[in-house]
Unconditional design. Structure first.
Length: 730
């Protein structure tokens, strides 16, 4: 039925039955939203357009009795059956808002860890799990779906995101959002867009051409939106090509709403609104409004709407968009009901993700898995006797009982004043696996003491950490607190040194060649220790693949120096100098983010995107790529080793229309028994091989080359396909 006719019928029914019941009876969310908007009084029309940060002591606000302490609250309109929006941060679990709520939540492993699983189904399960916990606490909107690409591994929020590739990030973020919304909880996608560093995050300008943005960071959001149908998009703090992301007509109106047809609403990041006319650029809702200079989308917007039909039309559109998502996701029909949480079941979801996301980076002479018959083991460093590391900032989750240890930072850290560890203890998990062995722990503060233990032990396991947080970037990629020297000394003392990394993202490894094995465990989440020990002892065959490239040195990056880091201001700075805009030139690498930059500049990184070892062996062969309107590929993957395990089949474009290229165009995780083989079919999204020029995707005719890879930079024999003019249309 055409939309106009539907609306007419709904309006007629409204007259007969009253707005509220018709809105529920009407079939689709667009019609229902349109009907309700017509019923709203001028005051009601303003109600949904600005919210508070639901935390006492932040600004001058009264927290309404029905609010839940969390990132945001927007009052409902009971007369019209519209529920209040109760918003929580949720990148990696339901956030704990500086300890205001003591109810505990299950911490998922970090975004990097989840992305390293290359498994959309697991991300869906993780999303559904968080949404279930959120609803159990009374929330119905989750500020999740972080989809920014890693343009700089020093970005303090790297751990919240899903990597450096638009297809991997987009498909995984879409799955996570679908999982959240399956529980009748709205999810955002954030931070839109090009919000790729924390230094000066409130003011820097990401400068980039339209085509480069569309083929990289924006493409990740576009894919995530198509797959996950997020009810809301959160615009970012930074500027893009000079204009604030939350007041950026190009980003919000043109790309998101016009070109992609987004029908939900755009909410601001907290404290990101600095002018009323952001409404005209496409911003629909001012979040945490007490953080802004004034509540622009309150009285000032009401006055503007009275005087100016353009503003009045926008107000109706803003309401319609918010209501549409409320109805589409079913917030009104499936209200959140507070109930107890099954932490054991939810912890199992977190553990499954971490098991799948741990990446085996090095395994000299099959040093791993460890044998059950070890007699003397030295566990060193990383607070492995107390817990596993978590990242800081608004995404911080605290499990039931709170963190196991808290390490205060000092130095003016605003966002996250302390480093927190989850209650999942690697030392205990290792001891449980070796009941007859002697296991000693050394905290690693004194290298000589760690070395002494390493000399004594059959195996030394060093836990090394790199803490990251929202609000500040790391200055470089070394392991802090002298851990590089500690690892080198321990490895020199014992050739069977295993390093377990708990890092936010890539780090440098000057000691790599001295070690026997290295596991990247990221921030391991609520049951991280169990997952790590399962991989160490071979109960779990490692199957994670890097979602980001680890450089050999900072000199290999497009910007060897972190933009904005040159001054001598405060140690932790997310705010630049007043009145000055830091311009970050993203056109240096353009769309060639991460591994594509390394391929373009012919540099060999430490570990490339897609890399990861296993305790078994896989072979892929018989790649065929066909172009018959759609582009599809098939290949065979075989487990030729002696253990069951999962491989991730990765298909890359290696040249396009005669030009060298490097793009992930398809992937699939496959679980195989020893000797088992499976035929894989992948459909290639044409945008992944296209260029975005003059407002449209174009696939140039010519020879295209494809190859399967064990990483983006280690690909096998290529196969060719010839694409005729307009044969493949994005
Ligand atoms: C962060 C967002 C978060 C919001 C609400 C901001 O500082 O950038 O990711 O959702 O705070 O806590």
């Amino acid at each position: 039925m055409c939309p106009i006719r539907r609306t007419a019928i709904a309006m007629a029914l409204t007259v007969l039955l009253g707005a509220h019941s018709v809105a529920r009876a009407a079939a689709d969310p667009d019609t229902r939203a349109a009907v309700i908007v017509r019923q709203m009084t001028p005051a009601e029309r303003l109600a949904l357009l600005h919210g508070i940060m639901a935390i006492p002591f932040v600004g001058h606000v009264t927290i309404p009795p029905d609010a839940v302490y969390g990132a945001g609250y927007v009052p409902g309109i009971p007369r019209l059956g519209i529920p209040a929006l109760k918003e929580s941060d949720a990148s990696l679990g339901v956030a704990y808002v500086n300890g205001l709520r003591k109810d505990g939540a299950t911490a998922l492993p970090s975004g990097m860890a989840m992305a390293a699983s290359w498994d959309p189904q697991l991300l869906y399960a993780g999303g559904a799990m968080i949404a279930g916990e959120a609803a159990a606490k009374g929330f119905n909107v989750l500020l999740a779906g972080g989809s920014n690409l890693m343009r700089d591994p020093r970005n303090g929020r790297t751990f919240e995101y899903l990597g450096e590739d638009p297809w991997l990030t987009g498909t995984l973020a879409g799955a996570a959002v679908s999982g959240i919304q399956s529980q009748h909880v709205i999810s955002t996608l954030k931070h839109f867009a090009l919000n790729d560093q924390e230094t000066d995050r409130h003011s820097y300008s990401a400068d980039i051409s339209d085509s480069a943005a569309r083929e990289s960071d924006l493409l990740a959001f576009e894919i995530a939106l198509e797959r996950g149908h997020a009810g809301a998009v959160m615009c970012a703090y930074n500027r893009v090509n000079g204009a604030y992301a939350c007041g950026n007509g190009y980003l919000l109106d043109r790309v998101l709403k016009r070109d992609w047809g987004f029908r939900g609403w755009v909410m601001s990041d907290w404290g990101a609104v600095s002018a009323l006319d952001f409404a005209l650029a496409g911003l629909d809702q001012e979040s945490g409004a007490q953080l802004d200079r004034q509540v622009f989308f309150g009285e000032p917007l009401a006055r503007a709407a009275q005087q100016d039909p353009v503003y009045a039309a926008r107000v109706a559109d803003m309401d319609r968009r918010i209501l549409r998502s409320i109805f589409a996701v079913g917030l009104d029909t499936h209200p959140a009901v507070v109930h107890p949480i099954d932490f054991a079941a939810d912890g199992a979801v977190a553990e499954r993700l971490e098991r799948a996301g741990i990446v085996l980076l090095r395994n000299r002479d099959r040093a791993l898995p460890l044998s059950d018959s070890l007699e003397r083991v030295a566990v060193i460093g990383g607070y492995a006797d107390a817990g596993v590391l978590s990242g800081g900032g608004s995404s911080q989750v605290q499990g039931p009982g709170g963190p196991s240890i808290v390490v205060p930072l000092g130095g003016g850290a605003r966002f996250a004043p302390a480093i927190e560890y989850q209650r999942s203890v690697p030392l205990q998990a290792i001891e449980a696996r070796l009941p007859r062995a002697q296991v000693v722990f050394r905290d690693g503060r004194y290298v000589s003491q760690a070395v002494q233990a390493a000399r004594w032990a059959d195996v030394a396991i060093v836990f090394a950490t790199q803490w990251m947080s929202e609000g500040h970037d790391v200055p470089d990629l070394s392991l802090p607190d002298g851990q590089d020297a500690l690892i080198a000394a321990v490895a020199a003392a014992n050739p069977h040194t295993i390093v377990v990394l708990e890092t936010g993202g890539p780090v440098l490894m000057p000691w790599l060649q001295q070690t026997a094995a290295v596991l990247e465990a990221w921030y391991p989440g609520a049951r991280g220790a169990d997952a790590i020990s399962a991989v160490l002892f071979g109960d779990q065959n490692p199957s994670g693949r890097l979602p980001v490239t680890f450089p050999l040195s900072l000199a290999q990056l497009p910007r060897p120096m972190l933009p904005g880091s040159g001054g001598m201001g405060p140690q932790y700075s997310d705010r630049g100098s007043p009145g000055q805009t830091l311009h970050v030139d993203y056109d240096i690498e353009g769309a060639d983010v991460g591994y594509r930059w390394f391929a373009r500049t012919h540099q060999q990184p430490l570990f490339a995107f897609g890399y990861g070892l296993s305790y078994t062996r896989f072979e892929t062969h018989d790649l065929k790529v066909t172009a018959d309107r759609a582009l599809s590929a098939t290949c065979e993957v075989v487990n030729t080793g002696s253990r069951a395990g999962a491989d991730v089949v990765q298909l890359y474009l290696v040249s396009a229309a005669g030009h060298p290229e490097r793009r992930l165009v398809g992937y699939q995780r496959v679980q195989l028994q020893p000797g088992q083989s499976q035929r894989i079919s992948l459909t290639v999204d044409p945008r992944l091989i296209a260029e975005f020029r003059d407002g449209a995707w174009r696939v140039a005719p010519g020879h295209y080359r494809w190859a399967l890879g064990t990483s983006a930079l280690d690909t096998g024999a290529p196969v060719d396909t010839v694409l005729g003019p307009r044969q493949i249309r994005p």
